[in-house]
Design a protein around this ligand. Sequence first.
Ligand SMILES: *[C@@H]1O[C@H](CO)[C@@H](O)[C@H](O)[C@H]1NC(C)=O
Ligand SMILES: *[C@@H]1O[C@H](CO)[C@@H](O)[C@H](O)[C@H]1NC(C)=O
Ligand SMILES: *[C@@H]1O[C@H](CO)[C@@H](O)[C@H](O)[C@H]1NC(C)=O
Ligand SMILES: *[C@@H]1O[C@H](CO)[C@@H](O)[C@H](O)[C@H]1NC(C)=O
Ligand SMILES: *[C@@H]1O[C@H](CO)[C@@H](O)[C@H](O)[C@H]1NC(C)=O
Length: 335
Amino acid sequence: MDISLSFFLIFSMLVIPSSSTTTRSTLNSRSSLSVEKPNDILISPNGVFAAGFHPVGDNAFVLAIWFAKSSSPTVVWTANRDQPVNGKASKLSLLKYGNLILTDGGQNTIWSTPTTTSAAMVQLALLNTGNLVLNSSKSSILWQSFDSPTDTLLPLQMFTRYTTLVSSRSQTNQSSGFYKLFFDNNNLLSLLYNGPKVSSIYWPDPWRMPWDSGRTTFNSSKIAILDTSGYFVSSDFVKFKSADLGLGIQRRLTLDLDGNPRLYSLDEKTGNWTVTWQAMVDPCRVHGICGPNSICSYGSGSGRGCSCLPGHKIKNESDWSYGCELEHNLPDNDQ
Ligand SMILES: *[C@@H]1O[C@H](CO)[C@@H](O)[C@H](O)[C@H]1NC(C)=O
Ligand SMILES: *[C@@H]1O[C@H](CO)[C@@H](O)[C@H](O)[C@H]1NC(C)=O
Ligand SMILES: *[C@@H]1O[C@H](CO)[C@@H](O)[C@H](O)[C@H]1NC(C)=O
Ligand SMILES: *[C@@H]1O[C@H](CO)[C@@H](O)[C@H](O)[C@H]1NC(C)=O
Ligand SMILES: *[C@@H]1O[C@H](CO)[C@@H](O)[C@H](O)[C@H]1NC(C)=O
């Protein structure tokens, strides 16, 4: 062996702890990931997904899973979207008895899994599907991220009566927003706008009977799934398929911040996402999109525009969901 090469090997073994040099997909008990070490992430064996701390603002981080191969990291799951932790001393730790806990710099527990086990060994693993799984040596699943989606459903992730998708608040704020996808009490996969002042269902079309929208209320199993070739099927008869149907393409179903669920496919060459299906062809039908005292109309660009009713002005220039208020600073009488 070349002397300089062997010197290099010895040198690198001395200075670099082995855990941070190799990409790994698992975390064993009594170990942790630190927010201060950018390399402290798990990578799925196929290289498609990554899990770890993800920045969401100034000194603010969430524990997240994201697509590692898209041009900008596309987050598909977060543990603490409404309570980001700070960039100093925050940690994700897998405790001896199987609890996964997220602590901030002040050692407060911000999030944890409700798991304990007597098993000798527990392991956290990021699987090729994008599912972060906590399992025990008895090989049973103690907890999995697929059971608590954020705004995105991945192929093979079961959508059930216990799960919801909630949109992000805005382009720059990933905390819980106003739109929600869930199974309602009539067994229908529904979209709800739950705004600061009003709350209403906008999908399926509230003015039509469910069967006129191609739905059934009779199947109470309340399950839906997107398969790996791009077919989505739900127990209430919602069915759709990706425009690029077929295996071998990374896809995600995301409830976007405009309240429209869209199916996306990844172009692995550019790292860009393409929309291959969307629920609402008519974006003005999404409730609350322009907020109170405003009208939605079709314009250029994204295809939708908001404007205030006559005599009103926009309440918050950066966020239409606040709607419009009367001009001349009259008090807002419905607060
Ligand atoms: C479950 O954990 C054990 C170690 O406790 C590990 O060997 C095994 O590969 C894990 N199984 C899965 C499916 O992650
Ligand atoms: C994100 O939105 C939430 C809810 O409106 C708000 O409480 C939070 O301060 C916002 N975060 C940022 C970084 O703007
Ligand atoms: C209800 O939906 C589930 C899931 O789609 C399906 O497997 C089952 O056969 C359905 N039951 C009836 C009675 O149609
Ligand atoms: C696709 O990705 C390329 C390279 O990252 C970028 O320059 C281009 O603007 C993207 N195209 C679209 C339609 O977003
Ligand atoms: C306006 O909206 C932005 C984005 O949601 C928010 O951060 C800000 O606090 C809002 N301003 C007021 C005055 O409500």
